[in-house]
Design a protein around this ligand. Sequence first.
Ligand code: ZN
Length: 368
Amino acid sequence: MSPLNTGISNCRNVASYSFGAGTLSTLPGHVESLKKDANSYVIYYIDCYFQGSSALLNGLALNPEDLCHFVDSSNEPTTSLVDEYVKSIRSAKNEILPVAIIGLGGGVTMDIAKAVSNLLNNPGTASDYQGWDLVKFPGIYKIGIPTISGTGCEATRTCVMTNLETGLKLGMNSDFTVFDRIILDPDLSATVPTDQYFYTGMDAYIHCIESMNGSYRNAIGDAFSQQALALCRGIFLSEDMQSDDNRASLMVASYLGGCAIASSYVGVIHPFSAGLSVVLGTHHCIANCIVMMAMKDFYPQAYQEFIEMLEKQEIRLPSGIASNLSDAQYEALYNSTIIHEKPLTNALGDDFSKILTKDRVIRMFQDM
Ligand code: ZN
């Protein structure tokens, strides 16, 4: 059986969403409608970037019984961090479960909300569910509110976590990981720094490039990809990629890119990017952009277009981050790249390891 045969042609989409500037204001009323009695409470995971943002926090109208965690999004989620959150909720609330879990932030924050939601209703630890369709019971009702666009996390059936003990960076791929509701409010991405906006936005572009160039295709996934790519081209080849209209468009491109990848697989870029994240701690979105610089042979057209977007937006990528490492580090980079059997099979076929020999992989890292 092909490793790509994991049932993802059965797609579950986000159950409901609201879109438009100012739609965050619909959240408090929605949350109240979920509460049943005096013990009902909600858990908020909020990117620590907003910790001092009193206007935003007051607008959420938290109640004293609710739990609020500010997430340090400079570190990508680990399985042990997710386990710690779950343990602390169980002890703080004496096994009473929340009526909703809300993730407000970027991919890191939303992924934590997804993972904690699933684990509160399933036994065991986060690492037990790294893989495909291992989650047995629906998680707690979850709401995703992206504040930066591109990862598509608001749409996907995964939440990426790294297991530091095994080096495995893999999500809980499950229908139960999909958000029950998302709020796409472009006002929330108004203060994203320019570089960050570009790197994260490129994640949407890259998901669709990989998906469209793979062997595992379907018409719906392609349609999502085509529209997301058209939006990305409009945004990143324009004069002001962060205009009000472009920020709204990128929220849509991110969502569509997430839908595309939920019904397909990534390709060569994400495995290399995961290698950089696991071995050197490079963040996902900037790692993708760095990897793009070594993708001329694999995605020649996208490579050219990516360079054009970099130049148009005057973004300067770091270079040489893997040019001078130890043998052990190169070995680790190779291993944490080649381990991604499904996307590499999607991009290069069953014999991907003959194309991506150890020497070639190491040379590509050295060239980034
Ligand atoms: Zn990605």
